[in-house]
Design a protein around this ligand. Structure first.
Ligand code: NAP
Length: 184
């Protein structure tokens, strides 16, 4: 798959490495922006408060399937008029949109392939994004678990504080798995 990552830091760079290893063709963009035209999927992995600036510097986003990994910390809010960053993203691109990879630690990407069972990767978003989310989660070593449609993206963005608190409460950086009882 041809993928553009907007943001090439811990999350964008880390997933780009994993996806390239799985055979994908990844175009890595930083804050200078660039062109996402020709991509079949776009990952947005910039600071949560920089989403408007980041998208405005990238051409070729119209109709693209976007995987938005951003979180909002320290009282930062989505762009005015939107309940979540992900819904803002969709208003810009008009394409299928998912909030995903926002509830996993980039620092563990290098260890996920060794897991006894695939950790989960929560996502919320459009039905049309489901196959791309499932494949790119799988190719990064995770199993996608759906939280709901795009109206649940704000709820998912709100989980970042809880995940950080769990980590700070003694567990450290962690993976998680949500599975039906027949998979126990
Ligand atoms: N780190 C994690 O474990 C983790 C987990 C889940 C979600 N997240 C979320 O994922 C996002 C990225 O986190 P990260 O840890 O990967 O951050 P990071 O390592 O600091 O990387 C940020 C990237 O965003 C780019 N950027 C910064 N400001 C920008 C702007 N105004 N316009 C366009 N691009 C800009 C940077 O560009 P340059 O390369 O040009 O400097 C850099 O490539 C954040 O929203 C974070 O909350 C992170």
């Amino acid at each position: 798959m041809k993928i553009t990552v907007i943001g090439r830091g811990n999350i964008g760079g880390g997933l780009a490495d994993l996806w390239e290893r799985a055979g994908h063709d990844v175009n890595r963009l930083g804050r200078a922006g660039g062109d996402a035209g020709g991509s079949e999927a776009v990952l947005l992995a910039v600071p949560g408060a920089a989403v408007e600036a980041a998208l405005s510097s990238v051409a070729g986003l119209e109709g693209k399937t976007v995987l938005d990994a951003t979180n909002l910390y320290g009282g930062a809010r989505p762009p005015a008029g939107f309940a979540s960053n992900a819904e803002y993203v969709k208003s810009v691109t008009g394409g299928a949109t998912a909030k995903v990879f926002s509830t996993n630690f980039a620092s563990l990407f290098g260890r996920v392939a060794d897991a006894r069972v695939r950790p989960s990767n929560l996502w919320s978003g459009d039905d049309q994004a489901e196959s791309v989310v499932g494949q790119l989660s799988h190719d990064a070593g995770y199993e996608a678990v759906r939280l709901g449609d795009l109206s649940m993206a704000a709820t998912q963005e709100g989980l970042a504080g809880a995940i950080f608190a769990i980590s700070q409460s003694g567990l450290g950086e962690f993976v998680y798995r949500m599975a039906p009882p027949e998979q126990l």
